[in-house]
Design a protein around this ligand. Structure first.
Ligand code: AMP
Length: 143
């Protein structure tokens, strides 16, 4: 799928936003929903997903992009408090050749620890109980 194109409202993140697919949520307001990545590259890997129907950052309005980055920062801070990582990757892919696999704008928050290898992008599915425990800690650190 190319960088430009029509937004597909049947993508998995659109379904999560609409409440039609499950997610282990951390935070939600009018602008974004944040939830655990079920194929995490490290423990605590989560996603901040603007609710606007945009395929990528280039399709997002400036206003929503500005709101979204404040939520990304807040969730990253909560991840820092909850999980005490040594570093945090914030990433966002635009178009399949750039690594995008879900064509609804989203930001990755990926905690990193010294001497711990980063998992493969879209690797194995995580244990739901573990994801829920991580989400609870991150949620608690947000409030
Ligand atoms: P990207 O390559 O930036 O489009 O990343 C999409 C991300 O969504 C990947 O890290 C996937 O592991 C993640 N993902 C795919 N389906 C789901 C889902 N149903 N719930 C949570 N995360 C998902």
């Amino acid at each position: 799928m190319s960088l430009s194109g029509k937004y597909d409202d049947q993508n998995i993140f659109a379904k999560i936003i609409a409440g039609e697919a499950p997610a282990i949520k951390i935070f939600e307001d009018d602008a974004v929903v944040a939830f655990m990545d079920i194929f995490p590259q490290s423990p605590g890997h989560c996603l901040v997903v603007p609710k606007a129907p945009a395929r990528n950052l280039l399709d997002l309005s400036d206003d929503v992009a500005a709101l979204a980055i404040t939520r990304v920062k807040a969730v990253a801070r909560a991840v820092e408090t909850a999980l005490s990582p040594d570093g945090i990757i914030i990433s966002q892919f635009n178009g399949a050749p750039a690594g995008q696999t879900v064509f609804h704008i989203h930001f990755h928050i990926i905690p990193r620890w010294e001497n711990q290898a980063l998992g493969r992008h879209g690797g194995g599915q995580a244990d739901t109980v573990e994801l829920k425990a991580q989400a609870a800690k991150i949620r608690a650190a947000l409030t």
